[in-house]
Ligand binder design. Structure first.
Ligand code: NAI
Length: 243
């Protein structure tokens, strides 16, 4: 599909699914903005996409506001926001031992971060062509999770996305929530390694076993995201699941 003329913001585009999406959207003709708090890898990712890097911490309202202001002056509009910034903390910690600070940290990045990114880019999206917001949830949202905090945060992302889908439709902004399956990224591999260590198993062997059972690649999810930001996805509504 063709993304010529589209300005696409990939938040969390330094690594993993976001990075693969930034590169693919650029290959399809989009002008890509990579935003992340990982400046070294964010710059590298933006460079490969021949795009722009903006430093942002999605948990910090002033930082997200500054990101939107910078895009307003450099690009003037956005055609899509793909919000992939996320963290997974507290895997395999019991309910009794779960620290409130961990819960707040994960909610801050995954849920509040998604809200802030949507809130401050909405005025730019209203100036775009067939604009779209795509948020990254997870099957964790309906109970398939190693972490209480991650599950709660992704439930919040899903609720935010479906609520925005209804409320922003009259303004011409299409909102989808994407549910990737297990994808071979640093985030996923560290959870697999942690689980193996907990069970006294070899972490490397556990990652290899998960890969051979069919852990997906970020490039596969990127193909779905590149489609969702394209005009061809005009008739796609609500939640979309990948392997
Ligand atoms: P990743 O760790 O490679 O990417 C996450 C990105 O978010 C990184 O570039 C990181 O620097 C950035 N980030 C984290 N905190 C930030 C903050 N406060 N401000 C700005 N940027 C921040 O992980 P992955 O796997 O590519 O995850 C992307 C999204 O997909 C996440 O929302 C994750 O929850 C979701 N997901 C991942 C799955 C998987 O199996 N890998 C499955 C389902 C959902």
């Amino acid at each position: 599909m063709n993304l010529d003329g589209k300005t696409i913001l990939v938040v969390g585009g330094a690594t993993g699914i976001g990075q693969a999406t930034a590169l693919l959207c650029a290959q399809r003709g989009a002008d890509v903005i990579v935003a992340d708090f990982n400046e070294a890898e964010g710059q590298a990712s933006a460079g490969k996409a021949n795009g722009t890097f903006v430093s942002v911490d999605v948990t910090d309202e002033a930082s997200v506001k500054a990101m939107a202001a910078r895009i307003a002056s450099s690009h003037g509009k956005l055609d899509a926001l793909v919000q992939t910034a996320g963290i997974l903390k507290g895997a395999y910690v019991s309910l009794e031992d779960f620290e409130l600070a961990t819960l707040r940290q994960v909610m801050d990045v995954n849920t509040i971060g998604s809200f802030l990114c949507a809130k401050y880019t909405a005025p730019l999206l209203k100036k775009g062509q067939m604009p779209a917001i795509i948020l990254l949830s997870s099957p964790a949202a309906y109970g398939v999770s190693s972490s209480y905090a991650y599950a709660m945060s992704k439930g919040g992302v899903s609720a935010l996305g479906t609520t925005m889908a209804g409320k922003l439709a009259p303004e011409g902004i299409r909102v989808n929530v994407l549910f990737p399956g297990g994808i071979n990224t640093v985030m996923k591999r560290s959870v697999i390694e942690e689980d193996a260590l907990r069970k006294g198993e070899d972490p490397q062997a556990a990652v290899e076993a998960a890969q051979s059972r069919g852990l997906g690649e970020p490039s596969g999810v990127a193909k779905v995201l590149a489609f969702l930001v394209s005009d061809e996805a005009d008739y796609v509504r609500g939640s979309v699941h990948t392997r």
